[in-house]
Design a protein around this ligand. Structure first.
Ligand code: GLA
Ligand code: GLA
Length: 668
């Protein structure tokens, strides 16, 4: 097998990538040379072209016009800008839905969704598949060998779901593959409940709008199917591209912790992992949420560099109230992605649209033109990235892993559970936060990952866990690792059937503890707890009646029915240590748990002392310090270092204004 092209194929000879979505079809052709000129001046070296060009490329079925795109690619090439060429299949032209209404998606209630926006296709529609592959193959054969072509961008932000009859047929075929026969399917879905038994495959439909709560096992399989059906379509497009251009890497842009699509299965089918990420400027947790998302991308990329495909220079337009980014903010965010393993920092979009649904979305060239403070900042950022080229390709080493699983996420957040207040991504973030604050690098990994290289593994919530994954977590701790497990874990199997007996059944032995009741707490009543030393802390929302079976109670509940019962447990398991947290502790208490687990694991942060709001992360031989706080921060340094951004030497300490960043290499 020959090695697939990857991020290195793109960065070789170019260094870090900088650019954005370029939609020249929205502008008269006289504007294009101005764009090229401005791109050159800004150090742009990669643009994504053609994401929404299907109607322009194929105005009528099989009538195609590539001449304009030829000129765009030639122009980019003449100006030293590489092209990430998109397949235009995220937004089919009106003719597709008009002539073949069965290509339009249908929602849970049976309503068809129309053209006039974008994303209007059924992932399982044979006609859509055929028309999509036809334009993709024309595009690939035309641009194979074009010197501007550097990367393929398949579709855009996959996430479509369709409940139509063609989807139902595809769902049945998928279910046959998973379960084999109807009896196994009936068992897996627990259809003795509420008289749901299926006697014929034809009776099975997607979970459509129903009078009451739909079967959670059916819904879990449906989510698996929806992710797989889209993946099958992505693969079909990718295979056409690979056939024509085997040396050109292929990606599709992800959306962070995006629920509908299981990115672990998708990333394996890409040459480069890319992500679109739009932190909310008003969210105080945005810096940590963003760091977590970047760490997920690095995990998806198997530790290799990834590409930030889209971010915004300032406000987006799709939230109800769109806060702008203050000066310095987009640079800070861009460098944060770089620090966490991105080799390319790209934006949506190059030139702000005058018309259409996104005309109030920020861009690299705003409506007011290039002579603006925003565009000046874009240029300055492009320039400084050239000075950081040495960072490209370098790894972000991490000794801590956090386990995250889409199937568990899907299974957890169904209706009809003890509490809607416990959710997978909030749990993930709450356990990530204290590690991020301490400058501890984290890899986000799937439960099936090889954990042997990590000193600490945190599973904030594994509501659904398979026997094999539970055994691997057990073996990891028993073999000398440190494992931290959050509440309401190990509850169901892969079919979303409750594992009976004391919980968490498959992790009971390694945790040296087990429980018998889940006890959500009233919203307005903090749960008082006490560390073994006597100090108090509070938790919220969730408690469990748990007993130690070999573990020590590091903290216990202080009040009420649960007073004196363990709230946090630590167990010497074989050669390692396993922690179980049977509640949702406040941030400071989770910080305390993190610190103790880090001590167990012998892991330290990037620097011993970090002021609040300052993020520290090491990439290769560079230490990035990023000030997300509102105050100027002084950070003590253990050794003299030179800032790659300014050339200044820091000795003893470095001072960071709000939103400032340093990229330090040891030595003066
Ligand atoms: C109703 C229904 C039962 C069951 C309970 C659960 O009473 O009749 O079948 O669903 O609610 O509370
Ligand atoms: C997504 C899409 C882009 C654009 C931006 C706007 O990331 O991929 O086409 O709609 O959002 O923020």
């Amino acid at each position: 097998m020959t090695a697939r092209p990857g991020m290195h194929t793109l960065t070789a000879g170019r260094g870090l990538l900088f650019g954005g979505d370029y939609n020249p079809e929205q502008w008269p052709e006289e504007v294009w040379p101005q764009d090229a000129e401005l791109m050159r001046a800004a150090g742009v070296n990669l643009v994504t072209v053609g994401v929404f060009s299907w109607a322009r490329l194929e105005p009528e079925p099989d009538i195609r016009d590539f001449a304009w795109l030829d000129r765009v690619l030639d122009l980019m090439h003449e100006n030293g800008v590489a092209v990430d060429l998109a397949t235009p299949t995220a937004s089919p032209p009106p003719w597709l839905g008009h002539r073949w209404p069965q290509t339009l998606p249908v929602d849970e209630s049976g309503h068809r969704l129309w053209y006039g926006a974008r994303n209007q296709f059924c992932p399982s529609s044979p006609v859509y598949r055929e028309r999509a592959l036809s334009i993709v193959s024309a595009l690939a054969s035309r641009y194979a060998g074009h010197p501007a072509l550097a990367l393929w961008h398949v579709g855009n932000e996959y996430g479509q779901v369709c409940h139509c009859d063609e989807s139902a047929a595809a769902f049945r075929a998928w279910l046959r593959g998973r379960h084999g026969d109807l009896e196994t399917l009936n068992d897996a879905w627990g259809t003795t409940f509420w008289s749901q038994r299926y006697g014929d495959w034809a009776e099975i439909v997607p979970p459509r709008r129903a009078p009451y709560t739909v079967n959670p096992s059916q819904r879990l399989d449906w989510r698996r199917f929806c992710s797989d059906a889209l993946l099958e379509h992505y693969r079909a497009e990718r295979d056409v591209l690979r056939e024509h251009t085997p040396g050109t890497p292929v990606t599709t842009n992800f959306m962070g912790l995006f629920k509908p699509v299981d990115y672990w299965s998708w990333a394996a089918e890409e040459d480069i992992v890319s992500n679109d990420w739009y932190p909310e400027p008003g969210d105080p947790l945005a810096p940590a949420r963003t760091a977590l998302t970047h760490d997920l991308m690095r995990g998806l990329a198997g530790g290799r560099p990834w590409l930030l495909m889209e971010q915004a220079t300032s406000a987006v337009n799709w939230r109800p109230h769109n806060l702008p980014k203050p000066p310095g903010q987009f640079r800070l965010e861009s460098l944060q992605a770089l620090a966490r393993g991105a080799d390319g920092l790209c934006y949506f979009q190059w030139r702000a649209s005058r018309f259409g649904a996104e005309r109030f979305h920020a861009a690299m060239v705003p409506h007011a033109g290039p002579d603006t403070r925003l565009h000046a900042a874009v240029r300055a950022h492009g320039r400084e990235l050239r000075g950081l080229a040495r960072v490209a390709g370098t790894p972000v080493p991490a000794r801590v892993a956090m386990v995250f699983d889409w199937a568990s996420w899907w299974a957890l957040e169904e209706r009809g559970r003890p509490s809607d207040r416990i959710n997978a991504t909030d749990q993930l973030l709450s356990y990530y936060l204290p590690l991020w604050e301490r400058g501890v690098s984290v890899d986000v990994v799937p439960p099936s990952a090889d954990l042997s290289g990590y000193a600490l593994v945190v599973a904030p919530n594994l509501f659904l866990v398979g026997d094999r994954d539970a055994a691997a977590l057990t073996a990891y701790a028993r073999g000398g690792g440190v494992l931290v497990v959050g509440p309401f874990s190990g509850v169901v199997d892969e079919r979303s059937h409750v594992r009976t007996g004391r919980f968490p059944a498959p992790l009971r032995e390694v945790l040296g503890a087990s429980g018998e009741e889940w006890l959500p707490a009233p919203d307005d009543e903090p749960v008082r707890c006490r560390w073994a030393g006597g100090a108090a802390f509070t938790a919220r929302t969730w408690t469990e009646l748990v007993a130690a079976e070999g573990a020590e109670a590091v903290a216990e509940f202080a009040d009420g029915d649960l007073a004196g019962h363990p709230a946090v447990l630590r167990h010497r398991a074989g050669d390692g240590v396993a922690w179980y947290v049977a509640t949702m502790p406040e941030a400071a208490a989770l910080g305390e748990i993190a610190e103790r687990a880090l001590v167990d694991a012998g892991v330290a942060g990037a620097l011993p002392r970090l002021p609040p709001g300052v993020e520290a992360v090491r990439r290769g031989d560079v230490l990035f310090l990023l000030n997300h706080g509102a105050e100027t921060a002084a950070v003590p340094l253990p050794e003299p270092a030179r800032d790659l951004l300014t050339g200044a030497v820091a000795d003893g300490q470095v001072t960071l204004a709000p939103r400032d960043v340093v990229a330090l290499r040891p030595g003066a």
